[in-house]
Write a protein that binds this ligand. Structure first.
Ligand SMILES: [Ca+2]
Ligand SMILES: [Ca+2]
Length: 276
């Protein structure tokens, strides 16, 4: 394991859940076109300056997206808890336990002395990661999914949080997200939709769970509790393999962070004196 190959899953699409007035069309595609330059540009030619202007535009769009995501997070967490912005000093000191061949870094909470005995709810897990220019892991390809699952099995971890979540707040009323528990799941860290839960060849939802039903089953709410709006990977918890489960977001679990390009670009641009 450790080699990432093109996944078996179809490419997921960008989920435009950001409120319409704040949404920046194609911003995620625009940002991927830029390679950040750290050197000064006093004697650069027009082409390079043009590149810088484009980069500044991309950064401004990143800032606007971050602002928009904060707005979305308030909609998700009306009790005042918010999605935290990155903290430059923590980004610079972030712990990376492993990198994939393409260079992306991952943090496994149980491997770090500071967090090995800690379990967090879903939002606290996201915020721990985001302060460090990371986010909860998004399993966009089957290769990445299998790579993460191997770590869970090898390290005998019962379960982890991912960035997966149900779109169930303002802005999620769009027809293509209905019904939400089939078509409304997305990787929050990268704003990408998951395949419909009915496409069992395009996801890794468990075929069983606490009441013997295929996931997602919203079991806890059916039984009078909280809605199961967040996605965890469970390791044989119901003797059902290592698979995805919808779980109520208030549960506490170990977590995996994955480096987030948008947050890294933002902090590098606004803190050119830091090695990030
Ligand atoms: Ca990922
Ligand atoms: Ca469930």
């Amino acid at each position: 394991m450790g080699t990432r190959v093109p996944g078996l899953w179809l490419p997921s699409v960008v989920l435009r859940i950001v409120p319409t007035s704040l949404y920046i069309p194609d911003v995620f595609h625009v940002q991927r076109q830029f390679t950040f330059k750290k050197s000064r540009c006093d004697s650069c030619g027009p082409a390079v300056i043009s590149g810088y202007l484009k980069t500044r535009t991309a950064i401004m769009k990143t800032l606007m997206v971050i602002a928009a995501l904060c707005a979305v997070s308030k909609a998700q967490f009306p009790n005042g808890r918010i999605l935290e912005p990155p903290v430059p000093a923590l980004c610079a000191q972030r712990v990376i336990h492993e990198r994939t061949p393409d260079g992306k870094g991952y943090f496994f909470s149980w491997r770090d002395p500071a967090t090995k005995n800690t379990e967090l709810d879903w939002l606290d897990g996201r915020n721990f990661c985001r302060k460090r220019c990371m986010d909860l892991v998004s399993l966009e390809t089957s290769a990445e999914n299998e790579w993460i699952k191997k770590h869970i099995v090898d390290d005998k971890v019962k379960y982890i949080w991912t960035s997966g979540r149900l779109c169930d707040f303002a802005g999620c009323e769009r027809a293509d997200l209905q019904p939400p528990r089939v078509n409304g799941w997305f990787w929050t860290a990268v704003l990408q939709k998951l395949a419909p839960t009915t496409r069992r060849d395009q996801n890794d939802w468990s075929e069983s769970g606490g009441i013997g039903r295929p996931q997602p089953d919203n079991r806890e709410e059916i039984q009078g509790g909280a809605p199961e709006n967040c996605v965890a990977v469970l390791n044989q918890f119901y003797n059902d393999g290592v698979n995805w489960h919808d779980v109520a977001c208030h549960h506490v679990k170990p977590w995996v962070c994955e480096e987030n390009e948008d947050l890294l670009k933002y902090v590098r641009y606004t803190n050119s004196n830091l090695q990030i």
